[in-house]
Ligand binder design. Structure first.
Ligand code: RB5
Length: 160
């Protein structure tokens, strides 16, 4: 098992403060993920949307991304129709490394190599069972550090 030692205990993940957000295209999957995390005893805050009515994804992305960047939350999970728009918008905020992941392998390495702090997914792309596995991996995997730190620091330099 390539990642055994790097997955921390679910208990540690449950102490994490997580913010959720979606537009109308991701509303239903975001609600499912919220329920799933609440049932697991996770510390979850929902920044909306709160209905399936149309809402512009950059608005939700900006609000959630700033709250991750300023340390209010440890991680964010954002959902739109494809996961693309909400991720592009979130990545405009300094300090945010939002990763579009529709499989656990990508989620694992978004954490291990990129220290991603926001996961994005598309409700029109992924089923809820796989999405929950992606979320678990994203929340339970640590950054590898080491030489990956220098690369993440190069990204941080680009933000100055
Ligand atoms: C909304 O129709 C859709 O464009 C949005 O959810 C997202 O997929 C954008 O990237």
């Amino acid at each position: 098992m390539y990642n055994k030692g790097r997955i921390h205990e679910a208990e540690e993940a449950s102490r994490m403060k997580i913010v959720l957000g979606s537009d109308h295209g991701g509303f239903r999957l975001k609600e499912e993920i919220k329920q799933y995390l609440i049932e697991k005893g996770m510390n979850v805050t929902d920044y909306g949307s709160f209905t399936p009515e149309r809402v512009d994804y950059p608005v939700v992305a900006a609000k959630a991304a700033h709250a991750v960047a300023d340390g209010t939350f440890d991680r964010g999970i954002l959902v739109c129709g494809t996961g693309i728009g909400i991720g592009i918008a979130a990545n405009k905020v300094r300090g945010i490394r939002a990763a579009l992941c529709h499989d656990p392998y990508s989620a694992e390495f978004s954490r291990r190599h990129n220290d991603a702090n926001i996961l994005t997914m598309g409700e029109r792309i992924i089923g809820s069972g796989l999405a929950k596995a992606v979320v678990d991996t994203f929340l339970q995997t640590d950054f590898d550090g080491s030489y990956h730190t220098a690369r993440v620091n190069m990204i941080k330099e680009m933000e100055k």
